[in-house]
Design a binder for this molecule. Structure first.
Ligand SMILES: C[S@@+](CC[C@H](N)C(=O)[O-])C[C@H]1O[C@@H](n2cnc3c(N)ncnc32)[C@H](O)[C@@H]1O
Length: 229
């Protein structure tokens, strides 16, 4: 089971431009056209998406497992529950599942539930990290270090979407860092399925980063996958 770590997430968010890129791309996909309803699964620590996107919808609901007490944008409703257990009566025109699939215990069932919760003609927007740029090779190198083939959630998602038509967009996001030690700390979030190994291999990972990352930025190719029903 992968556990969400708020401290690691905060550190990551402070160092990357990924949320701005995502919000802007999703806005483009929605084309400013008013839609009825949006369901967002997995908020994180702040309503980045809802702040910019909720104005497009009559109804905007967020399902988040953690108890969140922060103020939400007007008209946005929060359901504090686990997507894998919740029962919803409503269906939605748009479902946003950004960087949340990693955490589902049963990804197949969680995805099926999303498609069952989507109106005809609606779409799901998934966001996950891709396998290219700096991020993918680091994960492959880490797999070699722990002698386990690293399986990307990206590949798992594509397998689960087999037979469905989708569009894939690549959004390279930049992580800024002041030292390789700092970059190691920022990337902890991406290794939250094996935190002990990551910490144990700190020396080797920093050596890898020093040898392979040129300049003061680390690139993650985020994949935005849009599936229509
Ligand atoms: C990495 S954050 C992603 C947040 C945001 N969507 C983003 O793109 O940055 C994952 C969020 O999903 C939530 N989460 C994980 N599993 C969940 C589940 N089964 N149901 C609802 N929320 C979940 C976590 O608590 C966390 O807030």
């Amino acid at each position: 089971m992968v556990k969400f770590n708020v401290k690691w997430y905060k550190k990551f968010i402070e160092s990357t431009n990924e949320k701005d890129l995502l919000v802007s791309k999703i806005s483009d996909l929605l084309e400013g056209k008013p839609q009825n309803s949006c369901l967002e699964i997995g908020l994180g620590i702040s309503p980045y998406f809802a702040q910019k996107l909720s104005k497009n919808f009559k109804k905007y609901i967020i399902v988040e497992k953690r108890i969140i007490k922060d103020k939400l944008p007007e008209g946005v409703e929060m359901i504090n529950d686990d997507w894998e257990n919740i029962k919803l009566d409503n269906k939605f025109d748009v479902i946003i599942a950004s960087h949340v699939i990693y955490y589902f215990n049963n990804k197949k069932a969680a995805l099926e539930k999303m498609f069952n919760t989507l109106n005809e003609g609606g779409r799901i927007i998934f966001v996950i990290n891709g396998k290219t740029s700096d991020y993918g090779p680091l994960k492959f190198a880490f797999g070699d270090m722990i002698r386990k083939k690293y399986i990307f959630t990206y590949d798992k998602l594509l397998k689960l979407l087999k037979g469905r038509k989708f569009r894939e967009y690549t959004l390279p996001s930049t992580i800024k860092f002041s030292s390789f030690e700092d970059l190691f700390e920022t990337l902890k979030l991406s290794f939250n399925s094996c935190p002990e190994e990551y910490e144990k291999l700190k020396g080797r990972i920093i050596k890898y980063l020093k040898e392979n990352i040129k300049g003061q930025s680390f690139i993650i190719d985020q994949k935005l996958i849009e599936v229509k029903k």
